[in-house]
Design a protein around this ligand. Structure first.
Ligand SMILES: [Zn+2]
Length: 324
């Protein structure tokens, strides 16, 4: 991404757009609709088994339900990011990967052991990526499909040395980085969802699903506004959703997709979204926490964005739900 380009748009935003283009996007909670269609690519992390096990559904059933929701809603070319360590070398792992591929979706790399780049060396990290490739190679249809990487925890390195050691490996090997713009935070909702459902607290379970959908919708609205603020209202900006291959999505995916449709969201192939030029800038940040892409760009250019407060943080509410 050309820096002049970015600064030009930031400057014009500050002058002309900042105060009024979002007037139609004030969040009217339940019936919010984007004035223009918003393109969204869907990605799932931690195949074949994200989050804790549940007593009420097994991993094959979770997979079946998620794939059915995606197929029923005709969501195109969803990308799944795998950790080989999950259900390693079992029939369940193999079946879930084959089912995913047979449904017409894609698989790529998320490290074998779901490593956090702030906790290991770049060398260990790269070794783990290569180990994961030995599993992926059995499923990938093309080399382009295989050479895509999603950072676990969205952590791209706690030092610039590490960041660029891994990035230069990617460059040499032609890997593309699959950035995330809309982090659903579903892993946090999933844990409370499992606790409540295992205690047969159906009302609570429904409340958690409703808040999960509401939160994800608000994170999308926020990032759509933030990205328009950065790049200008006229740039078509695809968004990339991160969700996990977990229990809550087995039960909530239809409702989540339905909510997006009502918001004027159009589903596009995930790779079309994360391969858009807009996602190719290197924010050059050392990270202590994972940061979604547009927030990286905002920080990297030290822009102030205050149009919306960031969506409500549900984490302390979730922690309190269905504790024995
Ligand atoms: Zn992950």
């Amino acid at each position: 991404m050309n820096l002049k380009f970015i600064f030009y748009f930031c400057f014009t935003n500050l002058l002309f757009l900042h105060l009024n283009i979002f007037a139609d996007e004030k969040i009217k909670k339940d019936n919010f609709r984007f004035a223009e269609p918003v393109q969204l690519g869907i990605t799932f992390d931690d195949l074949p088994a994200a989050g804790p096990d549940a007593t009420f559904i097994n991993r094959q059933e979770i997979s079946d339900k998620i794939i059915k929701s995606l197929k029923d809603n005709k969501i195109p070319y969803v990308y799944g990011f795998i950790n080989g360590i999950l259900l390693y070398d079992t029939e369940v792992q193999k079946k879930i990967f084959s089912d995913w591929k047979n449904a017409g979706y894609l698989l790529a790399n998320h490290t074998f052991s779901h490593l956090n780049l702030s906790r290991v060396t770049a060398e260990e990290y790269i070794k783990d990526i290569e180990k994961n490739d030995t599993i992926l190679i059995d499923y990938a249809s093309t080399i382009n499909e295989l050479k895509v990487f999603r950072y676990p925890y969205l952590m791209e390195g706690d030092s610039l040395d590490k960041r660029y050691a891994v990035r230069s490996y990617f460059k040499k090997r032609n890997y593309k980085i699959a950035q995330v713009s809309v982090d659903s935070g579903d892993w946090d909702f999933n844990e409370a969802f499992i606790r409540c459902k295992q205690l047969n607290m159906e009302d609570k379970t429904q409340e958690i699903i409703e808040n999960y959908i509401k939160n994800t919708a608000e994170v999308l609205i926020y990032n759509n506004s933030l990205s328009k603020f950065i790049y200008g209202a006229n740039r078509k900006i695809p968004q990339v959703l991160l969700v996990h291959y977990n229990s809550i999505n087995a039960f909530a995916m239809n409702q989540l997709i339905d909510k997006f449709k009502k918001m004027n969201v159009v589903f596009i192939p995930a790779a079309k979204a994360f391969n858009d030029n807009i996602f190719q800038e290197d924010s050059a940040l050392a990270m202590n926490n994972g940061i979604p892409y547009f927030e990286q760009v905002r920080r990297s250019h030290k822009l102030k964005f205050t149009d919306y407060p960031f969506p409500k943080d549900y984490s302390s509410w979730l922690k309190d739900q269905c504790q024995k």
